[in-house]
Each structure stands twice: as C-alpha cells, then as structure tokens.
Design a protein around this ligand. Structure first.
Ligand code: CO
Length: 508
C-alpha cells in the first residue's frame, strides 16, 4: 500500500506539463543586443501581416552575476519584431535609463528595487535609501509618433522607434512633472466621444498614502495630454491596471496593507512590505471620464466617483469593460490570494502548486445601487488578457490570454487560450511540455473583418533549444498548429507587455 502511494506521488509529479528546470531557463539574462532578419521559419508569415510588434520585459536578471531579487526589478529591454511583405526582422535594445547606465558601468547593483533587490552589504547599506530605480520594463507603446517604455512608478522613457535608441524621459510638454508616475497600462479608446470620435489614449497614475490620489490622463492622437484629473480615494492602494468604457475608468483597489518600516530600515523592498488582507473587501472605484458639469450640460445627473465593495481578491489585469443599461460589465483575472514576496525567497524556486491560480471572472457593477455580482468564466490558470483593439470599452465577444497547459491547478503559462464569451466555447494551443508562453497580442487582418478575423502573436520560450519563437496563430481557430513559427537566434527572458502597430520600423 505504501509503495502504491509512493508510486502515485511520483507519477503525479512526472505527469506535470512542465519541469521547473526547463521553465527556469527563461529567466536567464540576455546581455547582447541583436539586429537581424529572421530566416529560420517554420510555415509562412502571412504576406498581409505588416506592422511592428513591440515587447518589453526584464532583459537582465542579474547585474554582472549579482542576482536581482525579483523579475519585476529587471532592467527593461525592448524587443521589436517588424513584419513586412512576408518577412520579419528582429532587434532588441535595453532602455538606457540612468540606473542602467550607471550599474553597467559599475558592474554592480547600485539601486534598490521595488521588489526586494537590495544593494550588497545588508540592511546597513540600504537603510533610509528611498531612491528607486526607474527600470522602464513593463510596457512599450507607440502613440502620437513616440515610442515610450513604461514603468508604473515614474515617468516614461522615449525611444527612437527605428533604432530603439533611448532619447530621454518624456514629460508631455511639461504636463507630467519630474518623477511623476505614468502607469504601464494605458488603454486605447478606439473612438472617444470627447474628441469627436477620434481615438484617444487613457492612462492613470497612483500616488499612494493614507489616502490615494488617482490621476487620469487622456492623450489625443498627437500625443498631447488633453485632459488630466486628480481623484482622491480613501486608503492605501496598489493598482497596476484599470479598464475603460466610453464614460468611465474602473479601478480595483485590492485589499492590501502597507508597512513601510522594514523598507525604511533597509530590510525589505517596498513591494515586500505589501500584505494581502483576505478578510477585507476588494473595492471597485468607478471614476467618470467626463466632468460632472458635462453630465449636467447634457441633461443627465452629475456623476461622481463611486466606490463599491465586493469579495476579497487580487487583480493585476483586466481584460475589458463595457456599459450595459445601468451596469458596467468588467472581465478580470482574479486571484484568491496574493503571496507575499519574501526577502529570503528565490523566485526561480517558485512552488507553483502552493500558489492559487489566476482565473477569469466577470463582474457586474450596478451603478444604481452600487452592488457587485460576479461569475467565474474560466477556472484554468490564466494571465495577460487581450481583446480586439476596436472592442476596447465596448461589448465584445472574444478574448485571448496566456494559459496553463492543464485545465486545473496552478502552473506556468504554456498555452494561448481564446474564450468565446457568447457561446462559452474555449480553444487552446499549447507549447507544453518544453515551451513557455507570455502575453498574446491580437492583430486584426483588416478594419472590416469579423471580431476574430486576424492573428494571435506571441513569444514562446523553447527550453529545448534555449531560444524564443515568435508564433503566429490563426485567431479564428486557436486549436490549430501555428501558421508560422519564427525561431530567434537566442532567447528573450519572460516579458511583460507589448503592443502591435501598423507602422513598420526597420533600420537596416
Ligand atoms: Co501588467
């Protein structure tokens, strides 16, 4: 009997869709900057797929051999894949932030990271050092003719889209002040009423404290900040992402507490001082995009900031939101619990089974009585949702995300999943056992096709060859093998976010 049980345990372990050693390979630094035409291709790049995929993420997981404590503390590296007439070109470059340049020169860690990276020398070397590194590693957008690398706690860095050279920090004609935050999760409103139907970019910044200031920025197509409003909400807030509809911005204020003392004393990173509070509710903050005055002028009731409460949970990313009758519907990846980042832990040794998976939920926010109802849409472990760019803030049918290979339990992302929200049908393409996935990006084939007429582009880390592949999937049928797999000459460490634009940038 005992033998049988032992056998069973062993077999459960080997039944996993991945092994940790393979997964760890995607967390090795890349130090080289490449520039080449991709010629190792399986399948064919659709000739009508023209444009540029920009990705951002931590390129360095160590500084000259000194390991950083968490991937979120890794220096931002932009990868660019340019598609033109059935061919593809690759280039990557590190964002030359002040800290990157200084640390590369010194060949050692000079700055504390938010997620626990400390300067060598123990707490004495870190005490009362509140200078943080703007690592520009979370997202990259092209808007108003500018390529911007974003990190949520400070100003963006502007890059030359053609050469990926760092041009300096971006202050939007002085509307942003020195050190002012500009979040890494802007939303692209495809048709903004206040701009007569032109697209606009909506972003925010968080200034946490005993009460938190949420500032909302709206940028027109020339890249100018045309609307900026500051809103104060009670309590400390750690907010990474938000969602928009034509009339509202929606934020989830996760139930967390912040104790800054261990950070001040040099013992923990600021992010390691955030503690999830499972017995507290999650607060949903709904902020109107138009001023109350505007609502009155249009004959409606003035609408202010609304705060609703719902069950406890932690959300990094929202898929989309839309207005329906007196409700806002919002789809989000929600965690039951948020494990704390510990100073002694090593992220490379993550025990996936000990962590709760992210799952896709739909929330109905009732604007009349401020109640929230929720419904689980997908229990499979998932992250990094994306939708058709024309459907942002609108009722929509399809969403795409990174997902685990197995339908239950927690595991690294190895697959891309499509969910049909109308029929409940799900499609999955998996790169298991040796491939590991990141954020998918949906690219429409044309302006007038069906909502799922297009491609899903994603980077897969192939642990067998220790290199990354750019995969192109047919969004109509994600169950099928990729249309093309572009083998890069090297790997790209697991990244965070990126965007696809129609403009083609190549400099060679
Ligand atoms: Co994010």
């Amino acid at each position: 009997m005992q033998n049988f049980q032992l056998y069973k345990e062993t077999s459960t372990t080997t039944d996993k869709s991945y092994n940790r050693k393979d997964w760890q390979g995607g967390y090795q630094s890349v130090t080289e900057e490449f520039d080449y035409w991709i010629d190792d291709i399986e399948g064919e790049i659709p000739p009508e797929l023209n444009g540029t995929l920009f990705r951002n993420g931590p390129g360095l997981l160590d500084i000259n051999g000194h390991k950083i404590h968490h991937p979120f503390d890794g220096d931002g590296m932009i990868s660019r894949i340019s598609f033109i007439n059935g061919r593809a070109h690759f280039r990557n470059r590190f964002v030359r932030t002040e800290a990157y340049v200084e640390e590369q020169k010194a060949k050692k860690i000079l700055y504390r990271g938010v997620f626990g990276t400390q300067k060598p020398g123990g707490w004495l070397a870190n005490i009362f050092d509140f200078k943080l590194k703007n690592i520009a590693n979370t997202n990259v957008i092209y808007w108003g003719g500018k390529l911007l690398a974003l990190w949520e706690a400070a100003e963006p860095h502007q890059l030359d889209a053609r050469t990926l050279e760092t041009l300096g920090k971006e202050y939007f004609d002085g509307v942003l002040s020195g050190g002012e935050a500009f979040a890494a999760h802007p939303r692209f409103d495809p048709s903004c009423e206040q701009d007569n139907g032109a697209p606009c970019l909506v972003n925010f910044s968080i200034k946490p404290g005993l009460s938190t200031t949420i500032t909302i920025f709206e940028l027109d197509t020339t890249g100018k900040i045309v609307r900026k409003s500051a809103n104060s909400v009670p309590g400390f807030a750690f907010i990474h992402d938000f969602a928009i509809t034509p009339n509202y911005c929606i934020f989830f204020q996760n139930p967390v507490s912040f104790n800054p003392i261990p950070f001040a004393l040099g013992m923990r990173g600021a992010g390691e001082c955030i503690k999830f509070q499972p017995n507290q509710p999650t607060k949903v903050i709904v902020i109107p995009r138009q001023s109350p005055q505007k609502f009155i002028e249009e004959g409606g009731n003035p609408k202010g900031v609304k705060i609703m409460e719902m069950q406890s949970g932690f959300v990094f990313h929202h898929a989309n939101a839309f207005e329906k009758d007196n409700e806002i519907v919002i789809d989000s990846i929600c965690y039951e619990d948020l494990p704390q980042v510990e100073p002694e832990s090593d992220f490379r040794e993550t025990d996936f089974d000990a962590i709760k998976p992210g799952q896709l939920w739909r929330f109905h926010l009732n604007l009349e009585d401020s109640t929230v109802s929720s419904q689980l849409i997908e229990s499979r472990c998932c992250e990094f949702p994306c939708v058709h760019p024309q459907k942002v803030g609108r009722n929509y049918r399809y969403l795409y995300m990174g997902a685990a290979d197995a339908a239950s339990g927690n595991a690294p992302l190895q697959a891309f999943e499509k969910v049909d929200l109308e029929t409940g049908t799900k499609q999955v393409w998996s790169a298991a056992p040796h491939g590991f996935a990141s954020e998918p990006i949906f690219v429409p084939r044309s302006r007038h096709g069906d909502e799922d007429d297009g491609w899903v582009l994603g980077l897969i880390y192939d642990s067998t060859h220790h290199r990354s592949d750019v995969v192109i999937l047919d969004a109509k049928d994600l169950n099928q093998a990729p249309i093309a797999k572009l083998h890069l000459k090297h790997h790209i460490p697991y990244g965070l976010h990126g965007n696809f634009v129609r403009e083609v940038f190549i400099d060679s």
